[in-house]
Design a binder for this molecule. Structure first.
Ligand code: 3H9
Length: 693
């Protein structure tokens, strides 16, 4: 008997129970166990119905993703599904939890599906760079029709119970425990009350118009991805007899599996989960039942909105009535947006605003808050003053957090009598939407406080990533370094729009100059002024952005920056060409051409170099943490897995070679990080460092 699959006989009914925690993934052991159980039970003349159900939190949540990329072991899932469908004895399945991917495909191959109230079903393969590969593209349209199948398979969305029943994926919905549901439904089959049928024998009504429409939609929505179109091709093959359609699905599925996009997207899936594995994970976290926020600007309002949406009461402190009114309007606007996006009802928004949000000017309002997040200007002196005041009013055990994006948390903590209760919680704008939360751990931060930061991230449905103290922590420190290379490329001959377009083709939603225009050029201008005195003399001077700012052009908010903005349309600002030309002339540079590959290679090599130093300095726990920061906070293309996953695709030796070549032009900027040298020498990769912890 298999350890993960057990069988049980109750009269003429045979039950197959799956027990492969945590999510009953269809691992080799599980597939083997089901294959043996079905073969044995089908051969037993006394068994009249077979019912498969899952123990634990879910029926099968899909193929075991950890097995991808390794040599596949028999029985393969599509063959197992065919074996189930062809079984002479009726087989039914009981679906609960999240029945996804290969799990739904197994269920579709059974002869009837019973959903337990609350079950969500879906085919999320497209989200990890593949497509359903065990009959999902063939059997779904047979059960739901072509348009519903295309919607599910190309979006990967989790379909709720009622809808799944309505579109034909579930035959019955019951409110029972899985084993009891299995026995009850099996009895219904015996009593002729539940019809069983082979899905593969159902005819599909062809719908060429839907196929064409989805092809166009997917090509427009995901220009860089291969799997969404493969999903459509798979569904298009469902009008073939089942065996032929399955063969076509296999061919398309293999193309996806062989693509580097699959590896990148699966790395991103695991990155989201790996970052929670921190040294403080076992520390006892503190209860957070109420939150205080200081400052109602864009960040403070966004943080308050995120907390309110997660069900937490928030007290927000502003300077005066006018500022409070502005904050109230911003938070209301944020919540209106959530209503528009279908994230909450208008009634919930009204309740939140009436019952959960308190606006005040008096710091004493925060004396009952469990966690207070300061979100004011990035000025050390102002922050210190606020923390000193908080120290006098916050209740014992309250956590004091700063939303600083680069300042020294230890210096802020040192100004209080309770440095162990202080940490950094660096949110990303807009804070109620962006998923990243850097949890910045100071030298004296209590492990329980760190664990609470991660618990908060989870409650806010964010991805918490542990960072140690340095200027800019993980994300902004790396950004401050590689962003310079975009300016160097422009000084040396590329135009800002060539740089943007090359990086957008690589997969970034926006290029660096378009991002600068969006963020506001005045922000970078102020930072450059602040850091001017600390700039090493060897560092190249690029003042193009300063010259643009001197015209009063700060990007989108002033209508002009690198681009001229007209509503949603942007076109290159011709004056920028003149500024660039003048600056090149002043620096004695003869411009040269850069190919898209050259632009991407320099930009990515710069990003990887600083990311490597962040690992070297212990600012991030592992390379996968840096990947998560970039995936969830900086718009890094998910299908590329993150900067250090991408670095491994290039290889340390090639990166070292590239840096040496670039250093011939600028030896100050282009220096090989020690860790990269070592990897090149030892033939190791960043992935090896992920395994070590
Ligand atoms: C597929 O089925 C292909 C077929 O069409 C064809 C094949 C031929 N495999 O997310 P959680 C781990 S492709 C291995 O924290 P939740 C996860 O890493 C697959 N491991 O819990 C974590 O491990 P750890 C299609 C998996 O309650 C632990 O389980 N299916 C898998 O927030 C708990 O996960 C999918 O893409 C897996 N398939 O969410 C579903 N799934 O504790 C992917 C999870 O060590 N999974 N783990 O960090 C999910 O969407 C969510 O995990 C789920 C649970 C909704 C199931």
């Amino acid at each position: 008997m298999s350890e993960v699959v057990t069988t049980e006989r109750v009269g003429a009914v045979a039950l197959i129970a799956l027990d492969n925690p945590p999510v009953n993934a269809a691992s080799h052991a599980l597939r083997n166990g089901i294959q043996d159980a079905i073969a044995t039970l089908d051969a037993d003349p006394e068994v009249k119905v077979i019912a498969i159900y899952g123990k634990g939190r879910t029926f099968i949540a899909g193929a075991d993703i950890r097995e991808f990329g390794k040599p596949p072991k028999e029985p393969h899932l599509p063959n197992l599904c065919t074996q189930i469908e062809n079984c002479a004895t009726p087989v039914i399945s009981i679906l609960h939890g999240t029945t996804l991917g290969g799990g739904l495909e197994v269920a579709q191959a059974t002869h009837a599906r019973i959903g337990i109230t609350g079950v969500k079903v879906g085919l999320p393969e497209v989200l990890i760079g593949i497509m359903p590969g065990a009959g999902g593209t063939q059997r779904t349209p047979r059960l739901t029709g072509v348009p519903a199948a295309l919607d599910m398979i190309t979006s990967g969305r989790h379909v709720p119970t009622e809808e799944a029943h309505k579109i034909g994926l579930l035959d019955q919905v019951v409110d029972l425990e899985p084993r009891a549901a299995a026995l009850s439904a099996a009895q219904d089959v015996l009593d002729g009350k539940l019809e069983t049928r082979r899905t593969g024998q159902i005819a599909v009504t062809p719908d060429e118009a839907a196929i064409t429409e989805w092809r166009t939609r997917m090509a427009a929505k995901h220009p860089n991805l291969i799997s969404p179109l493969k999903c459509v091709d798979g569904v298009a093959a469902a009008t073939l007899p089942i065996a032929e359609g399955m063969a076509e699905e296999r061919r398309l599925f293999t193309d996806c599996m062989d693509s580097p996009q699959r590896a990148g997207l699966i790395h991103a899936f695991f990155a989201e989960r790996a970052v929670a594995k921190i040294p403080e994970a076992t520390a006892t976290s503190r209860d957070i039942a109420s939150i205080g926020v200081i400052g109602g600007g864009t960040m403070g309002s966004g943080i308050a909105t995120a907390a309110l949406m997660a069900g937490l009461p928030v007290a927000l402190i502003e300077r005066d009535q006018q500022a409070m009114d502005k904050t109230a309007a911003t938070i209301t606007g944020n919540l209106d947006g959530a209503v528009k996006r279908g994230k909450m009802t208008a009634a919930t928004r009204d309740t939140i605003l009436a019952d959960r949000l308190t606006l005040a000017t008096d710091f004493a309002t925060l004396n009952t808050a469990d966690l207070i997040i300061e979100a004011v200007f990035e000025e050390m002196e102002i922050k210190k003053e606020i923390f000193a005041r908080l120290d006098t009013i916050a209740k014992p055990g309250a956590i004091l957090a700063s939303n600083t994006s680069f300042l020294d948390i230890d210096e802020i903590a040192a100004g209080t009598s309770r440095p162990a209760d202080v940490l950094g919680l660096h949110f990303f704008s807009p804070a109620h939407i962006m998923r990243l939360l850097e949890v910045v751990v100071g030298a004296q931060t209590d492990p329980g406080v760190v664990a609470t930061g991660f618990a908060l991230a989870k409650k806010l449905r964010k991805v918490g990533v542990r960072a140690e103290v340095c200027d800019g922590f993980i994300g902004n420190r790396i950004l401050a370094h590689y962003r310079k290379v975009a300016d160097y490329l422009v000084m040396d001959g590329a135009s800002p729009w060539e740089v943007d377009s090359a990086l957008e083709d690589f997969g970034f939603a926006m290029g660096p100059f378009a991002v600068s225009d969006l963020a506001g050029l005045d922000i970078g201008w102020a930072t450059r002024k602040r850091l001017a005195a600390t700039k090493p003399p060897e560092e190249r001077d690029v003042v193009i952005a300063d010259r643009i700012c001197e015209n009063g052009w700060f990007g989108r908010k002033t209508g002009k920056g690198y681009y001229v903005h007209d509503g949603r349309d942007s076109s290159p600002n011709p004056v920028v060409d003149q500024i660039v030309e003048a600056e090149r002339k002043a620096a004695g540079i003869t411009p040269r051409d850069f190919t898209d590959d050259e632009i991407v290679n320099r930009y990515m090599t710069a990003m990887i170099s600083e990311a490597a130093r962040v690992i070297e300095d212990g600012i991030a726990l592992r390379p996968i943490d840096v990947d998560a920061v970039y995936l969830f906070g900086y718009g890094f293309p998910r299908f590329r897995g993150g900067p250090l996953f991408y670095a491994d695709q290039i290889g340390a030796a090639t990166l070292v070679e590239r840096i040496h070549t670039y250093a011939e032009e600028d030896a100050h900027y282009w220096q090989v990080p020690d860790i990269l040298h070592q990897m090149a020498r030892n033939g190791t990769a960043f992935a090896d460092l992920n395994k070590e912890s």
